[in-house]
Design a binder for this molecule. Structure first.
Ligand code: NDP
Ligand code: 8X3
Length: 253
């Protein structure tokens, strides 16, 4: 029987690449996100590339706990047997000194990156415990390991993800559920377009004159950690572009 992987935020970037990578490995796939038309597109592409696997789409906003609960509750029984939960949905909004911060930006980041991750984990972890098997992969960030100027609240949410990864691992230990944190440096996705609220020029400059990571690089890492034998767990992976030493030092040109 094929394993099931649920990937949050699979309409773009790392989540989308992970859905393709896990489908290629033979997992049945659940993709989630707010943009329905993108979900339909991902479903169509994956179904045509990998006819041997099954895929379903779940269209909800991860910030809304009621939506999360209803959606997971309404899954057909055989789709509830989720083996892999990739907590990927997340975003940065804005880049300001703390005194200039926009409250709505802060709330979007905290509600998505921290509370959303908690809401879906709260629904899926008990299923894993009941089945006695499972693997939760949290997509953290270099921003969860160190802070950079103007990154304040985004960095705080990713530090929270780091703490939750460690906490979940302790709590899940007795049930044999694996918990892994994968923490990328700069990956070229829609991340900066979202952070800069649609300003394409500004977003493009973030990845100017150096080779950032590709979403597929992180998808490879997810595929690697979930494919290890039962007795092996990767606790934490910090993955950087070769030319990025830390949050603030990148060799360009
Ligand atoms: P993208 O913007 O390309 O993708 C983000 C995904 O998250 C989209 O599928 C989006 O779907 C989903 N998402 C955002 N908000 C919500 C929401 N409220 N409900 C449901 N889904 C949501 O960015 P990335 O692929 O780069 O980001 C993925 C993860 O990787 C994030 O957690 C990010 O913090 C992390 N990360 C990114 C790095 C980078 O440099 N790009 C580096 C380190 C970590 P939709 O809009 O359709 O809802
Ligand atoms: C995204 C990486 O450096 O833009 O988490 O914060 S960074």
């Amino acid at each position: 029987m094929k394993k099931i992987a649920l990937i949050t935020g699979a309409t773009a970037g790392i989540g989308k690449a992970t859905a393709f990578a896990l489908a290629r490995k033979g997992y049945n796939i659940i993709v989630t996100g707010r943009r329905k038309e993108r979900l339909v597109e991902v479903e169509r592409e994956i179904a045509s590339l990998f006819p041997d696997i099954n895929i379903i789409t779940l269209n909800f906003d991860i910030r809304n706990n009621q939506e999360v609960e209803n959606t997971i509750d309404s899954l057909p029984e055989d789709w509830k047997a989720i083996d892999i939960l990739v907590n990927n949905a997340g975003l940065a909004v804005g880049l300001n000194h703390i005194q200039d911060g926009v409250i709505d930006d802060w709330e979007r980041m905290i509600d998505t990156n921290v509370k959303g991750l908690l809401y879906i984990t709260r629904k899926v972890a008990p299923i894993m415990i009941e089945r006695g098997t499972g693997h939760i992969v949290n997509i953290g960030s270099i921003a969860g390991k160190e802070v950079y100027e103007n990154g304040n609240v985004y960095c705080a949410t990713k530090h929270a993800v780091d703490a939750l990864t460690k906490g979940m691992r302790l709590d899940m230990l007795q049930y044999g559920i694996k918990v892994t944190g994968i923490c990328p440096g700069m990956v070229e996705t829609e991340f900066s377009l979202v952070r800069f609220k649609g300003d394409e020029e500004r977003a493009k400059n973030v990845y100017n004159k150096f080779q950032p990571l590709k979403p597929e690089d992180i998808a490879d890492a997810v595929t690697y950690v979930v494919g290890l034998p039962p007795h092996v767990n990767i606790n934490d992976l910090l993955i950087m572009p070769t030319v990025q030493a830390n949050s603030t030092v990148t060799k360009r040109g």
